[in-house]
Design a protein around this ligand. Structure first.
Ligand code: KIV
Ligand code: ZN
Length: 386
């Protein structure tokens, strides 16, 4: 039987931290409702102590959503946990996400502390958060660069203290997929009480590895993926929800599944991009403008013969209305003929050759050839044929 992967969406927390992407409470509510409709399991709604606005957003999202767990971020500090607990009061199922740095670099240069003190503070934070009556997720910040035996000791201790979920973030996007996968495997093999918690993967994209690392973590035993819509997030971003969901759906051999209603992906991608004023790069996997656009003659010809020649995902599965054929000077006769037939013309043989030559002149001049240009080309052709 396939294993369920919990989708933990942090668009409204890690994603919203990006300069210029801040949302008002009403906008966060719109996104939260769409995330619920999309089928995410957990919504990280904000970092309640960070500002009154974020506190209010966590309160309102807790009231508004019914199915997903609502999560609030904290540091391993009493005041953070108190404020998060208050913000989550109305949640049907609330989760406090608390944690502390686990790598030596963070321990020494961020906390100016020691491994022993960090472990003690992490355990205390989990126990204190647990005493508030919520689910507790612990994050070991910068776990991607942490000493593995120490990381295992820390994770074992916080699980013993009551953590329900243990998050192993590659905070700096440092890991390569096989190394991140091995980290998760090491924890599965060396943390004695690991069966009492869900392992979560949270990857950043500094080396462009976030999705690959997330999948490597899942393949090695993690059962929750922390992701954002369009992969937005600190610096080069977080793992993108749509990439993980569609990789799992496309690769049935992984024997995993999510509850994501993939046909809603494109709509929420547009909503987040618009509200956060963050355009999606045209070649972004799954949701970019060019993700289902075919522009070279060889590809267009193959695609028109059989879509699966060049598409591994049916655009309708992610809510994209249709694939597109972009007409440029690299397009061939097959694509040109297909488009003019869609416009109601019929051309073949020598007439098509003549049209194609004229089309290339326009394409070299303009780049993309649009339908209006084709109407003009067809009209000119008709005049010449008289
Ligand atoms: O990247 C990270 O380590 C985080 C934690 C706060 C979970 O976002
Ligand atoms: Zn992060």
């Amino acid at each position: 039987m396939a294993d369920k992967i919990q989708i933990f969406d942090t668009t409204l927390r890690d994603g919203e931290q990006v300069p210029g992407c801040q949302l008002k409470t009403e906008e966060k509510l719109m996104v939260a409702r769409e995330l619920e409709a999309l089928g995410v399991d957990v919504i990280e709604a904000g970092f309640p102590i960070s500002s009154p606005g974020d506190f209010l957003s966590v309160v309102e999202i807790s009231k508004a959503v019914k199915e997903p767990v609502v999560c609030g971020l904290t540091r391993a500090k009493k005041e953070d946990i108190d404020v998060a607990a208050e913000a989550l009061h109305h949640a049907k199922r609330g989760r406090i996400h608390t944690g502390i740095g686990a790598s030596d670099v963070h321990i020494k240069h961020k906390f100016r502390s020691t491994r022993e003190q960090v472990l003690e503070q992490g355990v205390w934070a989990v126990q204190y958060a647990k005493s508030k009556g919520y689910e507790v997720e612990f994050y070991a910040e910068d776990a991607g660069r942490a000493d593995l035996p120490f990381l295992a000791q820390l994770i074992e201790s916080v699980i013993a203290a009551g953590a329900d979920v243990v998050n192993i973030p590659d905070t700096t996007g440092y890991c390569l997929p096989h190394l991140y996968g091995r980290r998760i495997q090491y924890l599965v093999e060396h943390v004695k009480n690991i069966d009492r918690a869900v392992i979560s993967v949270h990857c950043h994209n500094d080396l462009g590895m976030a999705t690959a690392n997330t999948l490597a973590g899942l393949i090695n035993g993690a059962r929750q993926a922390e992701v954002t819509i369009n992969g937005i997030g600190e610096r080069a971003g977080n793992t993108s929800l749509e990439e993980v969901a569609m990789a799992i759906k496309t690769h049935k051999d992984l024997n995993l599944y999510t509850n994501i209603k993939s046909e809603r992906i494109f709509e929420i991608s547009n909503l987040v991009s618009e509200l956060m004023r963050m355009p999606v790069q045209p070649n972004k996997a799954i949701v970019g403008r060019n993700a289902f656009a075919h522009s070279s003659g060889i590809h267009q010809d193959g695609f028109l013969k059989h879509a699966e020649n060049y598409e591994i995902i049916n655009p309708a599965d992610v809510g994209v209305p249709s694939s597109s054929i972009v007409l440029t000077a690299r397009s061939g006769r097959a694509a040109l003929r297909h488009r003019v037939e869609q416009l109601g013309y019929h051309v073949q043989g020598e007439e098509l050759n003549q049209l194609y030559e004229n089309f290339l002149l326009v394409a070299d001049e303009k780049g993309n050839v649009e339908n209006d240009d084709l109407h003009v080309l067809m009209a000119n052709q008709a005049v010449l044929a008289r």
